[in-house]
Design a protein around this ligand. Structure first.
Ligand code: MGD
Ligand code: MGD
Ligand code: SF4
Ligand code: MO
Length: 711
């Protein structure tokens, strides 16, 4: 080979070998798997590879969404500079112009209609630092009570139930490492195999160790395949099922009497409530036979250790709060909590759904899981923020209720960061009309989502590869997300954007942060002494110790792996049981001749939430490029529907069109549609606006519908 050729090949090779490695964390679910994106430059093109990185939670595993997450970050539709809508068209403007427009419009709206005419709407993908800052921004920069976030639709039932029963809401009461040793596991309304795939190994290990696994789901999901017993429940009837389980446990004397006496309140009321129900009623409500209910209860009662996990199947109901409480009753009655391999897990959904609700995104909360209605709590936060306690607003309303406030003319402007409400809220057509009614909507997003498209102004946000910060994963483990990729175009970080707007509003002194760590250090002090105490957690520790489970009140404290070993978090240190009725107070969407089938909604493996990100990933989109409706073949026959046909699905609120997918895996009286698509496939057009009276959760999982084939 000539010298020249050799030189050519050598330089070629060098080109191939130019490699950049980005350490980060998956932007999607609550497992927050650690990973590395490897960017190889080959001549004129780039090649990407993703590998999992070892860590205590996902142990190096990643799923298909993590493997392809960078595809949306690199997508040509990324918003790269501020966009201002004029005459119905978005035009590029500078950051200076954007901030001055916001300043002017915000001031004008507030001077005309008062402080509470502006609102903030956040999301569970935002870091703890951004969530904390949004909460502070609402209360200090704008002085408005109207702030809430998409976690309202996600964890609110489980969170309120855990708070009421235990006095604390940390998703898992134990660390994941105890799961393999639990001898009976009840998975209620959770499809971990598709929604938190990298957690599955813990349950597989439990099974290998002889654990008996019970899955409660109207569908035979990939998760149900793991089960020794699958209870194919009628949607919305989980509270009644739990009453059936409690009845068997009490009649069979499976109570832990010592635990009940020493550590709980309310057992007698639960016992007398349960004895007033008969099994026939429970069988007919739930569609589950007494023998199966008995089998499940006896297995749980007899097992030395046991755990219960719930997710959105049982929680996204208009009685979600009570249904979860009834499963907590089971744990308390059998004494299977506060000890090794015994406990509860509300399987968190979004990457930082947990942290978001601890540090300020919720209408009624202040950082550290403090209450905005509690005098002492208000004073503590007011002192940290350097404002008079009297000036802190009181509690606002839940996410969907903010939409109602818009139509009532009470809310005139909104800052939307990290959510896509017109696809994710119930009664979606109403929500679309309501957002259109705003005088001024600013959206901070990576893309022109369906909701961003309705805004007056879009600000370009950075992605998980670019924006560092902390996330609190499903274990309650606070982890540090590294992000060292350069922001593209004129993209800014969410926290920088909030600080810049605050500065324009003359509130710079409260928002003079120069890095996420700076914000976190204030969050630590704000959370000090609260239930969600992060004071002992520092960036340095997070980097060294690979995450810390809260509460962690002191820098010398190792964090809290298991809760309730000695006490619960109520003042009397006891947990509270509560009688739960078979039928909810707010009636669910009731089937009738016009709407004979029950629609339930949820997720598929390859897409994430409203699909804004995953629909822009070619590899993920290819797996499911359109929505579908699961129908049992016998039901399909009744309605003259063949596999692969377009089907119109109609509820009292509206209709959508999706493709049929016949499957024997679903109950005959139930159909299932995922919610990752928009427009004519937006399933939330069908969902009712009834909310749970306690936690304001909508009933995403029960909707009376009719179906017909479209030719
Ligand atoms: N692939 C993927 N993973 C995700 C997400 C995603 O969009 N895609 N989203 C993340 C987020 S934010 C969340 S909140 C979680 C959600 O995680 P999950 O709650 O596990 O997901 P869903 O599919 O909404 O619902 C779970 C199961 O509930 C069942 N179900 C429906 N109705 C009922 C009922 O009445 N009772 C019972 N017992 N079960 C019922 C459904 O059939 C479904 O299999 O996933 C997270 N992970
Ligand atoms: N029918 C039905 N409806 C449901 C559910 C259901 O099971 N059934 N589940 C509910 C649940 S559990 C949830 S969590 C909600 C989710 O509902 P949404 O919050 O509306 O869903 P996302 O698609 O995550 O929207 C997030 C938006 O924020 C952007 N984004 C992502 N990361 C960042 C960031 O770091 N900064 C900024 N500024 N923007 C970012 C994304 O591009 C996207 O546009 O949907 C709820 N709606
Ligand atoms: S989607 Fe969840 S399980 Fe999959 S890689 Fe991302 S964080 Fe991990
Ligand atoms: Mo969620």
């Amino acid at each position: 080979m000539t010298e020249l050729l050799l030189k050519y090949f050598r330089s070629k090779q060098q080109e191939v070998q130019s490699e950049k490695v980005y350490d980060t964390q998956c932007p999607f679910c609550s497992m927050q798997c650690k990973m590395q994106l490897i960017e190889q430059s080959i001549v004129k093109r780039k090649k990407y590879r993703v590998t999992g990185k070892d860590n205590p939670t996902s142990q190096g595993r990643i799923c298909v969404k993590g493997v392809n997450a960078h595809q949306h970050v690199l997508h040509p539709e990324r918003v790269m500079y501020p966009l201002y809508k004029q005459n119905g068209k978005f035009n590029r403007i500078s950051w200076d112009e954007a901030i001055s427009i916001i300043n002017e419009r915000f001031r004008k709206i507030q001077s005309q209609y008062g402080s509470n005419s502006l609102s903030l709407y956040g999301g569970g993908s935002l870091t703890n630092e951004v969530s904390y800052l949004m909460g502070k921004f609402a209360r200090v920069a704008l002085g408005t009570k109207y702030i809430d976030y998409n976690g309202r639709f996600c964890m609110s039932a489980a969170a309120s139930a855990a708070n009421a029963a235990f006095g604390i809401d940390r998703g898992f009461t134990n660390s994941l490492s105890e799961i393999p040793d639990s001898k009976c596991i009840l998975l209620v309304g959770t499809n971990i195999a598709e929604c938190q795939p990298t957690i599955l190994r813990y349950f597989e290990k439990a099974k290998e160790n002889g654990s008996y696994i019970i899955v409660v789901d109207p569908r035979e999901t990939a998760t149900a395949k793991l089960a020794d017993l699958h209870l194919k429940i009628k949607p919305g009837m989980d509270a009644a099922l739990a009453n059936g389980l409690l009845k068997v446990l009490i009649e069979g004397n499976y109570m832990d009497k010592k635990f009940i006496t020493n550590r709980t309140m309310g057992y007698d009321e639960v016992q007398s409530n349960v004895s007033s129900y008969d099994f026939e009623e429970i069988e007919s409500l739930t569609g589950i036979s007494l023998s199966e209910i008995r089998k499940a209860a006896v297995m749980f009662g007899e097992s030395e250790t046991g755990m219960i996990f719930t997710a959105r199947g049982v929680e996204q109901q208009t009685d979600g709060y009570m249904a979860v409480r009834n499963f907590l009753n089971i744990l308390l009655l059998t004494g299977k909590i506060g000890k090794y391999a015994c406990g509860y897990g509300a399987i968190t959904g979004q990457g930082n759904g947990q942290g978001g609700r601890e540090h300020g995104l919720k209408a009624d909360q202040l950082p550290g899981y403090r209450s905005i209605e509690n005098r002492e709590h208000r004073q503590h936060i007011a002192d940290v923020w350097g404002v008079p306690e009297k000036e802190l607003p009181r509690k606002g309303v839940s996410a969907y209720e903010m939409m109602e406030k818009i139509t009532h003319g009470e809310i005139k402007g909104m800052l939307l960061m990290g959510s896509n409400p017109i696809v994710s809220n119930p009664n979606a057509d109403f929500v679309k009309k309501s957002l259109a009614q705003l005088d001024f909507l600013v959206t901070v997003d990576m893309f022109i989502s369906e909701s961003a498209a309705m805004s007056d102004l879009i600000l370009p946000a950075s992605s998980y590869l670019e924006n560092e910060g902390t996330m609190t994963n499903l274990e309650g483990r606070v982890v540090f997300r590294e992000a060292n990729r350069q922001t593209p175009g004129e993209v800014k970080h969410d926290w920088e954007i909030l600080c810049e707007i605050a500065k324009a509003l003359n509130k710079e002194e409260y928002f003079s942060f120069s890095s996420p760590e700076d914000i976190f250090n204030e969050l630590r002090i704000a959370s000090k002494g609260g239930v969600a105490d992060y004071y002992g957690i520092t960036y340095e520790r997070l980097k060294q110790e690979r995450g810390i489970l809260w509460p962690c009140p002191d820098v010398n404290d190792a964090g809290t792996k298991r809760l309730f070993d000695e006490t619960f978090y109520h003042q009397d240190e006891k947990a509270v049981m509560i009688p739960v009725s078979n039928q909810p107070k707010v009636p669910k969407d009731i089937n009738n001749q016009q709407y004979p089938l029950t629609l339930t909604t949820g997720r598929v493996m390859s897409h994430y939430l409203t699909g804004v990100q995953t629909r822009r990933s070619p590899s993920l989109s290819a797996r499911n490029f359109e929505s579908f409706i699961e129908i049992h073949p016998r039901t399909a026959e009744e309605y003259n529907i063949r596999d692969g046909m377009l089907v119109e699905v109609q509820s009292k609120r509206g209709k959508i069109v999706v493709r049929s997918k016949l499957t024997e895996m679903i109950r005959q009286d139930t159909v299932f549609v995922p919610f990752h698509w928009s427009e004519t496939q937006n399933v939330n057009v069908l969902i009712s606006d009834e909310l749970d009276p306690v936690c304001r959760m909508p009933g995403f999982k029960v909707c009376a519908v009719n179906i017909r084939p479209l030719d």
